[in-house]
Design a protein. Structure first.
Length: 76
């Protein structure tokens, strides 16, 4: 299943004017990288966001949030 193109376009519209991200196809979706590190992306219908270890617990407490897990080992 392809990734949500409309969601990816919304990210482009919001991110590109603010920070110098590059776009890369990853995990069957699209990711936006800052200095070579993924910041946000879209996989299928899902928005994925990298928040860092200091904000991980608070991010998971948000409605609808869950760990990113494609391999059985959730990323932190």
């Amino acid at each position: 299943m392809p990734y949500n193109q409309q969601l990816a376009e919304r990210l482009r519209e919001k991110l590109l004017p603010l920070i110098p991200v590059t776009e890369k196809k990853m995990f069957g979706g699209v990711a936006f990288l800052l200095n070579g590190n993924m910041t946000v992306g879209v996989i299928r219908e899902t928005l994925i966001v990298r928040v860092g270890p200091e904000k991980h617990k608070a991010a998971l407490a948000m409605p609808g949030a869950h760990p990113f897990d494609m391999t059985g080992r959730p990323m932190t």
